[in-house]
Write a protein that binds this ligand. Structure first.
Ligand code: GAP
Length: 464
């Protein structure tokens, strides 16, 4: 954990938010390479979920939505986590997480159950604060995870009816734009709507780096379909999403399915894809949920808005409320998964080489260009020329700081798959090698000689 968080900060991937003011718990900022990695993950998701499909449409709905949205969805009043506090040091915990630490399954269990189990631990003197060791721990109480704002009304006149929430999940916008999508694009069932965007939750214990944050990004797709197809479509989406992880270099043995035994009352099936994070000592943790949500969402929004969200099937002449299959993944969790999977150390002691073995298509920088020597203007000019050529097609970097070994190390630590060096042979010192460069592979450290005119096609062939 320490190795990854410090590399991510030192190399400009992830910073704690507001650090100069002492930080802000559960909120993180993404630096230059972090933004690039995040954009590449998003674009791979979008390509697979929208670009390469005929049946999924894009959306970018607003973070603010009509307050009734969250009453209809059951979030107002129902989106709570069980909170306990240490009376001594004021540390805050989730009761279900404490119980799970003792091997007691507690996910989404009612407060009564949680408090009974906590009391048993208390009686056995096992319930103590992880931070200060005090046994003075409160009973569990419900804590709303909804984040409120004062948008559109003065704070002192806010009521439960007019309070404006920051969305706790992006799919709410998809349900509300189902009708506009239907009326404007006229898709036939089954079809999906996908979007990427920010969501906000008042997480009680946001102490797991970017795995669980209070502000985060989700990539969600809701697939509207006839309920007669639910079973086969569910299998189809499970397979599509599983293959996406494999296609981006995640080994099959590091991911697994987790089947939810306790389903929401409207759901017919719910599986998560879990990844074994070395970051968390190798434990499997949820990355993505694939859930069959029935007709709950559209039925609720039709009821609360008074607007019909039926679908009329022209062929069968039957009118019905479509059912929904959801795929929902957090970008921060994917980011951490790819970072975790890429982190590689070879060698020992002072000879340890650390590199991020990202699949080339996810690497923030695709190619770095170096002049062999900084103080030879003709080498620098040629390197600048090659850099100008490559950056038209790829995210590239020019580096003439320090010796070439140091530059390789820096590029290894940000996961750059290729480093190109311009030397005297490039300039024609050995006539047969004029206009060729060395290109070094991040993973093997091997170098080959290649002509400048071949570089663009070669790099493209590897990163696509
Ligand atoms: N629309 C369904 C939904 O939001 P969820 O299981 O609450 O379901 C879906 O969230 C995904 O969003 C999770 O699998 C996780 O990847 C991500 N996620 C949820 N809460 C998060 C948080 N506080 N920080 C980072 N990612 C989070």
């Amino acid at each position: 954990m320490e190795k990854i968080t410090s590399l991510a900060k030192r190399r400009g991937f992830v910073y704690p938010s507001s650090e100069i003011y002492g930080g802000l718990a559960g909120v993180y900022d993404y630096g230059h390479y972090g933004v690039l990695l995040k954009e590449n993950i998003k674009s791979e998701w979008w390509k697979s979920m929208v670009q390469l499909r005929d049946d999924v449409y894009g959306l970018d709905s607003a973070i603010f939505m009509h307050p009734q949205t969250w009453v209809a969805s059951g979030h107002v009043g129902g989106f709570n986590d069980p909170q306990v506090d240490c009376r001594n040091c004021k540390s805050r915990y989730r009761a279900d997480h404490i119980l799970e630490g003792f091997g007691i399954p507690a996910d989404k269990m009612p407060l009564d159950f949680l408090n009974t189990e906590l009391d048993k631990l208390r009686a056995e003197k096992k319930l103590v604060c992880a931070k200060c060791g005090s046994a003075d721990i409160t009973p569990a109480k419900s804590f709303s995870m909804m984040v409120t704002s004062n948008l559109g009304s003065p704070v002192d006149s806010l009521t439960e009816e007019n309070v404006m929430y920051l969305r706790p999940e992006t799919c709410g916008g998809i349900y509300l734009e189902y009708k506009n999508t239907l009326d404007s694009l006229h898709p036939k069932l089954p079809f999906g709507i996908a979007q990427v965007g920010k969501a906000f939750r008042n997480e009680i214990a946001a102490r797991q780096y970017i795995f669980r944050t209070r502000e985060f990004e989700q990539m969600e797709m809701q697939y509207f379909h006839n309920p007669t197809q639910t079973k086969e479509l569910y299998e189809m989406w499970k397979e599509v999403r599983w293959q996406w992880f494999l296609s981006l270099g995640i080994p099959a043995e590091k991911i697994r399915w987790y089947k939810h035994e306790k389903l929401a009352h409207y759901a017919s099936d719910a599986y998560d894809i879990e990844y074994a994070y070395a970051f968390f000592g190798g434990s499997f943790k949820e990355v993505e949920g694939i859930h069959a949500r029935g007709d709950w969402d559209l039925t609720q929004h039709a009821k609360f808005s008074g607007v019909s969200l039926d679908y009329f099937d022209e062929e069968t002449k039957i009118r019905f409320v479509p059912h929904i299959m959801e795929t929902s993944v957090g970008l921060g969790r994917l980011f951490l998964m790819f970072l975790d999977n890429a982190y590689t150390e070879v060698g020992e002691g002072d000879n340890t080489r650390v590199f991020l073995k990202f699949p080339p298509k996810l690497a923030p920088i695709k190619c770095a260009v170096f002049p062999l020597l900084k103080n030879k203007p003709e080498l620098v000019a040629k390197a600048r020329e090659v850099f100008a050529l490559l950056r038209k097609d790829f995210m590239c970097e020019f580096d003439d700081n320090g010796n070439v070994g140091k530059r390789y190390r820096r590029q290894d630590e940000i996961g750059t798959p290729f480093c190109v060096t311009i030397d005297f042979d490039t300039l024609g010192e050995t006539p047969a090698l004029k206009d060729t460069v060395t290109i070094r592979d991040r993973d093997t450290g091997e170098q080959q000689r290649m002509s400048i005119s071949e570089l663009t096609n070669y790099i493209r062939s590897v990163i696509l």
